[in-house]
Design a protein around this ligand. Structure first.
Ligand code: FES
Length: 817
């Protein structure tokens, strides 16, 4: 190939070959050739997706990756995205950096339209996009930091100082300046401690860890039938494939099969994608070739169940079922003026973390000692889950295993369960491609809710009887926790004196659905309600919306204000599964040179846990591993920072935090299931094209009570990211029953826009999850708009609009045909 390849890093090839992520490298064309004949001569700049561009098209091109534009000397693009808090888990950040870098090479002072266009196609599951735009538009000399034209109606908090940014200087002579934050860093918007290394491509993820000598690669063979008996597994041809070392079946896995869905080889499969066996080879390509020729003899079993409706019909449920009740519901129904009964469905949602599942097991030390390199927020159960796959004595298991997590490229609950495999004597690496990940892992539980509500003429709700059915897939996994959480947040914003709730986990032939950020909480309650209404100027805007709707037949606007209440920490149900659910531990080393090393069990997956602990404990370096921070809770349920911060604070030597004494007695229906509640409210205004069902969020105001924030910049990014993720759940992302055919970004769409940045108000409380439900507010506004369209079409009375409110559903519900 002609031209100069400056830095074609392993990171690029990772995107090219394995992960199908959105790392983009910059292509600098030195001369015009047939491929790029439409570009200006003699030199043009373009960015390209590493996953999609064949190497042969680079004839005559110079290729620069994210490491090439700045490493020891950080490029202003990298610096500005990092300083604007636009990099959380950071797995996608190189793509954003290279798109912006290319734009600046072509146009040093881009407009907002240029920036939006340049970043189009880059996905981010963490930030909600606003901080990335904030960083990029500092290159536009005509636009201030806060002049996002589509949203901000008043000045949002100053999260970074524009004066503190490097100028765009082609020579890159300046170096990244150090910040100084005075004596007390708590409460300051300190940049995510890994943001720069994530923006320069230097941040190390699990697959970046140098390979060990003799490392083998593991590829899974999964079921193509949803419900079948396995008659035989013929591995003879696979063993003939050059490079294949072995095929692992159930016979090779000793001991108790903990969470059996995670383990290969069962005599019966209960979903498509159910792991059947695993091929281990010298290279990944060889392992894939081997997996392709494994022959599985199946006999279909009758009556697979995919939907909640079918599960109800066949009474296919996991136990226990849960119920909660107060007042006298039946008696109250006899006294109310009106009774309304109906159903509502909430679809599932793929986690779509940017870094797919990956695990590496390396024999270490003597005997059965092993090092586990994982990408999971649930470090300690990781060791337990892995236990059955390893032939070591029962009493030595955990002490022989050391689990390490450097950082996680997004998780959102999807990596809470994990599986590792180890062949005696050799390290093994298992990396899932995107399609495998979506096929094998479960998603958010789709839920069917049946409701009967009794209310008075003045609107007061006096009685409610609610029944929820969650589609759990083929195992219980975290489903018990999910159905409990549904009931524990049942009262929502309403004071219903007579209330009964029941929930059940349905057993179906889908991959086991699991916890996903904010699982179980469908609706919530109030606190900053009045403030939100005031800040959003609710009253007068409502009037102008009515006027707009009168003047427009096909375009309608709507507005809704909804409060939320969200319980923080793990409720009683989770404690049954994990005895140390609220516990955290830390080990602090203070060295003679004054440097400090803190080891703990909290994992960094973009939520800034290390940055916050640095602010709390003036920490210089972190280690997340089970050798020094054993028996700690998962970094989940919006509780990871609470638990681990406390462990660091409690004892700046060897510390541990028992956490809160939480419990729930479901027989007596009493207890304290959560540490505390986080409250918030949001107001959204949305415009819908009733002919196409397409919608646009015109403005969103969010008011959250998050206590005393340790790091407002990280918290605001978390709030905005959760909001955008919720927007996807309730209005866009769709997880149908049966096998999921949409197993990649080309078909499964997550929000990719840059115009839904909400105005947030912040005040340490858990915030990673609560705001996700604010995404539902756009759903309710769409429903408001559909109601207006129905009236105009002469339709009155209740109508059905299930979530997600896709354009098709919105259009049909609007009766515009
Ligand atoms: S920071 Fe964007 S995907 Fe994690």
């Amino acid at each position: 190939m002609h031209g100069q390849i400056q830095h074609l890093s392993s990171g690029v090839f990772k995107g090219l070959v394995l992960y199908y992520t959105w790392m983009i490298y910059h292509v600098h064309i030195e001369k015009v050739n047939a491929t790029y004949a439409n570009l200006p001569s003699p030199t043009s700049h373009d960015s390209a997706n590493a996953c999609l561009l064949p190497v042969c098209q680079l004839q005559g091109a110079a290729v620069t990756t994210v490491e090439g534009i700045g490493k020891t000397r950080v490029h202003p693009v990298q610096e500005r995205i990092a300083k604007a808090h636009g990099s959380l888990c950071g797995f996608y950040t190189p793509g954003m950096v290279m798109s912006m870098y290319t734009l600046l090479r072509n146009k040093p002072h881009p407009t907002m339209e240029d920036i939006t266009e340049a970043l189009g196609g880059n996905l981010c599951r963490c930030t909600g996009y606003r901080p990335i735009i904030d960083g990029c538009k500092t290159f536009n000399v005509f636009v201030g930091i806060h002049d996002i034209d589509c949203v901000f109606q008043e000045i949002p908090p100053q999260l970074f100082d524009q004066e503190d940014l490097l100028p765009l200087d082609p020579t890159q002579d300046l170096i990244f300046p150090q910040n100084s934050y005075g004596n007390d860093p708590v409460g300051r918007p300190i940049m995510h401690r890994s943001a720069i290394s994530q923006a320069t491509g230097e941040a190390v993820y699990c697959d970046d860890i140098p390979k060990t000598d003799g490392e083998l690669h593991l590829v899974l063979v999964t079921s193509t039938r949803p419900h079948a008996k396995i008659l035989d597994i013929d591995i003879s041809e696979a063993l003939q494939v050059p490079g294949v070392v072995d095929v692992i079946t159930s016979k090779d896995i000793p001991g108790k099969k903990f969470r059996t869905f995670m383990y290969v080889s069962v005599p019966q499969v209960s979903c498509m994608g159910h792991m059947v066996c695993a091929v281990v080879a010298d290279t990944r390509k060889q392992a894939k070739r081997g997996a392709a020729v494994v022959k599985i003899g199946n006999e279909d079993l009758p009556g697979p169940v995919f939907t909640v409706e079918k599960a109800i019909e066949k009474q296919s449920f996991f136990l226990p079922q849960r119920m909660i009740e107060r007042g006298n519901v039946d008696e109250a129904f006899d006294k109310v003026d009106h009774i309304y009964e109906g159903e509502i469905r909430l679809g599932g949602q793929e986690h779509f973390y940017m870094e797919t599942q990956i695990m590496v097991v390396v024999p270490s030390g003597e005997g059965a000692q092993s090092l586990f390199l994982l990408s999971t927020p649930n470090l300690c159960p990781g060791t337990v889950n892995s236990t059955p796959s390893i032939s070591i004595p029962e009493d030595k298991k955990i002490s022989n295993m050391s689990c390490h997590v450097k950082r996680v490229g997004g998780a959102f609950g999807g990596k809470v369960t994990n599986v590792c495999h180890r062949l005696t004597g050799r390290p093994v690496c298992c990396v899932w491609e995107r399609g495998e990940d979506i096929l094998i892992t479960g998603a958010r539980h789709p839920v069917l809710g049946k409701h009967k509500v009794g209310f008075m003429n003045d609107g007061r709700i006096m009685a409610a009887d609610l029944h929820y059915y969650a589609n759990s897939g083929n195992t219980t996994d975290e489903s018990l926790l999910v159905i409990e959480k549904i009931l524990l947040h049942l009262d929502n914003a309403y004071n219903m004196p007579n209330l009964r709730g029941r929930s059940v986990a349905c057993k179906t032939n889908l991959p086991s659905n699991t916890a996903f950020r904010g699982f179980g909480v469908l609706q919530s309650i109030w606190s900053p309600w009045d403030e939100c209404k005031e800040k959003s100027d609710y009253g007068s805007r409502r009037k102008s919306i009515a006027q707009f709707n009168q003047q427009n037949r096909w375009k309608k606007r709507g507005m809704a204000t909804i409060p939320i209440k969200y319980g923080i920490a793990f409720s009683g149900g989770f404690l049954i599964q994990v005895s140390f659910a609220l516990q955290a531990a830390s080990l602090v080393h203070i060295h003679k040179d004054g440097s400090v090393l803190v080891s703990h069990g909290g994992t960094e997956m973009g939520q800034g846990i290390h940055t916050k602990m640095q602010q709390v404990g003036t920490i210089l370096s972190h280690l997340t591993n089970t050798s020094a921070g054993p028996n700690t809770c998962p970094s989940a349920a919006s509780f990871g920072t609470d638990a681990n911060d406390m462990a660091v604070k409690v004892q700046y030597c060897l510390g541990s935090s028992q956490g809160h004494d939480l419990h729930m007695d479901w027989e007596k229906q009493e207890g304290q299931p959560y540490a505390y509640y986080t409250y918030g409210a949001r107001c959204s205004k949305v415009e819908v094209d009733c002919l196409t069902g397409d919608y646009r969020t015109v403005r969103t105001d969010i008011v959250m009570d998050i206590g005393r924030s340790i790091n407002p910049s990280v918290d605001i990014s978390q709030i905005e990211g959760a909001f955008i993720q919720g927007l996807g759940l309730y209005n866009m992302e769709f997880s149908p029953s049966g096998v999921l055919y949409t197993r990649g970004p080309s078909q499964y769409k997550i929000p990719a826009g840059v115009c839904d940045q909400p105005l947030t108000k912040s005040s340490l409380q858990g915030i990673g999850e609560p705001v996700l439900f604010m995404g539902s507010f756009v759903f309710f506004v769409i429903k408001d708009v559909v109601a207006a369209a129905c009236v105009e079409a002469g339709m009155v009375g209740p109508f059905t609009l299930d979530s997600p409110a896709t354009p098709e559903r919105t259009c049909l519900a609007s009766n515009t045909f």
